[in-house]
Design a protein around this ligand. Structure first.
Ligand SMILES: [Zn+2]
Ligand SMILES: [Zn+2]
Length: 238
């Protein structure tokens, strides 16, 4: 089958129905039998078209809110046909090995796997791309690609995480000045940051101001309440 101009990244953000339609159309074009496998877990779900070499992940698990957040394109193996419905991202080809990928795309933003059993993988978070290789040896320059994961690109303008130095994906919502990669890094920074977060300090100050405004009314109310109670009390004494 000749590659079409299908862009796999177009699956990102789709709900399950839309995704089934797109994958069904691609299966039809390839004249291969349409078989979509669906598996649900507690925090996500997967829809797999092995004949196309495509798998998508939905999050959250709740079907009414689930949207595709990762698209996996497979090389052949483990029951998958080699993905060929469209080009791979960034000009990659299935014939490329580990060294070719790094020569083409440069130093990755993250690396994972390795050791005795885990196949190695590299991330290019600003490209929205992970490449998982077949073998576990970092020194293997001829390591073939096992699959490619496509996800929303990280905006490099967020800078680096204040805590761990990874590419950040968001900023402090109160001051927009400190960047974090994850909510766990943000939590780790909060004890310190709440003392110098301009947004938080401003909010705290305005709460105190409202509190002062509230105070006379409360005092008034409680005075009134006291007098009423004493009136009631005195009434009942009669
Ligand atoms: Zn971090
Ligand atoms: Zn802040």
């Amino acid at each position: 089958m000749a590659p079409t101009d299908f862009e796999a990244s177009e699956l990102l953000g789709l709900d399950q129905d839309a995704c089934r339609t797109v994958l069904g159309d691609l299966c039809g074009a390839s004249l291969r039998p349409v078989e979509l496998e669906f598996k649900s877990f507690h925090d996500c779900a997967y829809l797999t078209a092995k004949a196309l070499g495509v798998q998508v992940r939905f999050t959250p698990a709740d079907p009414s809110q689930a949207r595709v957040d990762v698209v996996f394109l497979y090389n052949d193996g483990e029951g998958f046909a080699q993905y060929s419905a469209g080009p791979l991202p960034e000009g990659l080809q299935w014939s490329h090995h580990s060294k070719d990928v790094v020569l083409m795309l440069g130093e990755p933003s993250d690396k994972y796997g390795g050791g005795r059993f885990r196949a190695v993988g590299i991330s290019y978070e600003t490209l929205g791309l992970d490449i998982q290789f077949r073998e576990s040896n970092w020194n293997d320059e001829k390591n073939p690609m096992a699959f490619v994961s496509i996800f929303p690109r990280l905006d490099p303008s967020h800078g680096l995480c204040q805590i761990c130095g990874k590419l950040a994906s968001f900023r402090c919502g109160l001051c927009k000045q400190r960047s974090y990669c994850s909510s766990s890094c943000q939590k780790a920074d909060w004890t310190k940051h709440q003392g110098d977060c301009p947004g938080f300090l401003e909010k705290k100050a305005s709460l105190r101001w409202e509190g002062e405004l509230m105070l006379p009314r409360c005092q008034q109310l409680s005075r009134k309440l006291t007098s009423t109670l004493s009136e009631v009390f005195l009434d009942s004494m009669d």
